[in-house]
Design a protein around this ligand. Structure first.
Ligand code: 5AD
Ligand code: SF4
Length: 467
């Protein structure tokens, strides 16, 4: 396959791979598998496919490396600290491998799709025997087969434009919500970001495959779906006969799905049609995660984000005109190479203007091979840290002020379960994605229920179920 071609794997081809898993089960099954996931929702989704394939091969999921016969680390390459954590954790398994040489230790995902990392793992971490990148996910049954039949180290780190595979058996965590990938890859090449290098070109799943999966999830009892893509606005561009707004509306019409969310739209091309579709369907959550990254136009240009702060504010206004109650969240990078203190002040100003419900903020991390990696810094690490703290202080105040306005109101909450810290308390989310901890009847777990808010915190709300 040439590097520019997308490899589409049909259900029939996947069926052959699954038949191999059935044979592996007969020969090797009965053990346990531990899959540890780093990074974003897409990685969580890929891990669900890996767990599903492992289960099909007879390896039941477990919660710790100590009791596992197969250990897989599904890695993230977006920032250096996530990579360092992976190196630390796989290094720590050296003793386990010495004690139990039959254990298979694998490392997969985005980190492996970077050549220098794959090389480092093979040369430094000899106890890791199974190494494969994001493009090899659908080939996992064959890789597993080789690893189980002990043909030494198994590696699949080939670069490609990307794979799209239907029919993989996802093993999802129990709960009210499920994620569904609608597309893979990214063509945007924001200058700080490694994702386009490790996840290949944008490619969309056929709408009928997405709808069939959502229907199956509804039949299994899931109430909420999260549609996933690095840039969901690009959905369908490679198919030609659909677009994201059309798919969103089709998903919203699947019977039994109480809530639809999506992640992530790009501010450069989110359309009015998408906002109108959100407004038109009661079960599409009035929530927008719209990554800003920076508030200064020179920095946005250097990031190759292809919008200005003025463009961004127009989208926010258009969204609020149609959905006054919408919650808006964002991603911010502090300390992009060349960003000055004055330019950073424009990011703080955007927080005040947009008044986000929550932000996810990161200090810039240099990624080898990206354009920004060659751009010079003007701020020291201490200055960047100071800006980062200032950002959090402003946002925490705004989040609390917004949450205070909910006190006394009655909201619809999808109850997810019992609180992890207090068994007498239930926990769920509002349509806007806010966590609500509340007292009520556990019968409402898995259902929509009305909750009156009695108290507000910076990151959550507290309430009582309305009888
Ligand atoms: N350094 C810091 N943060 C980054 N992100 C992506 N690449 C980097 C990087 N090199 C952040 C962006 C993106 C989020 C998923 O991760 O804010 O939206
Ligand atoms: Fe990375 Fe930009 Fe693509 Fe998001 S849109 S994955 S930040 S390159």
């Amino acid at each position: 396959m040439s590097k520019s071609e997308i490899n589409r794997i049909s259900r029939e081809q996947t069926a052959d791979a699954l038949a191999l898993l059935d044979r592996l089960k007969a020969e090797y099954g009965g053990g346990k598998a531990f899959v540890e996931t780093y990074g974003c929702q897409q990685n969580v989704s890929d891990s669900e496919a890996l767990s599903g394939m492992l289960a099909r091969a007879g390896f039941t999921p477990c919660d710790s490396a100590d009791e596992a016969d197969i250990i897989l680390f599904n890695t993230c390459a977006v920032r250096e600290n996530a990579e360092n954590r992976v190196f630390g954790n796989i290094g720590a398994l050296k003793h386990l491998k010495a004690r139990r040489p039959e254990v298979i230790i694998g490392v997969c995902g985005c980190m492996i799709q970077q050549e220098h990392i794959a090389k480092k793992i093979r040369s430094t971490y000899r106890h890791v025997e199974l190494v494969f990148g994001t493009h090899a996910l659908a080939r996992f049954p064959y890789l597993l087969s080789e690893a189980l039949s002990r043909r030494g180290a198994v590696m699949d780190v080939a670069d490609s434009a990307g794979v799209i595979a239907e029919g993989l058996p996802y093993l999802r965590a129990d709960g009210v919500g499920a994620s569904v990938s609608i597309m893979y890859g990214c063509n945007n090449f924001c200058t700080y970001c490694i994702v386009p290098y490790v996840r290949g070109r944008e490619r969309s799943r056929a709408p009928e495959d997405v709808i069939a999966e959502v229907k199956a999830l509804a039949a299994q009892g899931y109430r909420e779906v999260m549609l996933l893509g690095q840039n969901v606005n690009s959905y369908g561009k490679d198919l030609g006969n659909t677009d994201f707004a059309t798919l969103l509306s089709q998903v919203a019409q699947v019977e039994g799905i109480a809530r639809v969310r999506f992640m992530t739209p790009h501010p450069k091309d989110i359309s009015i049609k998408v906002l109108d579709t959100m407004a038109a369907h009661d079960n599409i959550c009035k929530q927008l995660h719209l990554p800003l990254q920076a508030g200064n136009n020179r920095v946005l240009k250097a990031m190759n984000r292809v919008y200005t702060r003025e463009d961004y504010l127009k989208i926010v206004q258009a969204a609020r005109e149609r959905m006054p109650e919408i919650t808006i969240t964002t991603d911010i990078i502090v300390g992009f190479p060349g960003e000055t203190n004055e330019e950073f002040a424009d990011t703080l100003d955007m927080l005040e203007q947009v008044r986000y419900d929550t932000i996810f903020s990161f200090i810039y991390s240099k990624r080898q091979g990206t354009k920004a990696a060659t751009m010079p810094d003007v701020l020291t690490d201490e200055e960047k840290k100071r800006n980062f703290d200032a950002l959090l202080a402003v946002q925490n105040r705004i989040s609390k002020e917004i949450n205070d306005t909910y006190v006394g109101k009655t909201l619809t909450v999808l109850t997810e379960g019992v609180s992890k810290t207090d068994e007498a308390v239930l926990t769920g989310r509002t349509e806007g994605g806010k966590i609500v901890n509340f007292t009520g009847n556990p019968d409402c777990i898995g259902n929509l229920t009305r909750v009156t808010i009695t108290e507000s915190r910076t990151w959550s709300l507290v309430g009582e179920q309305v009888n």
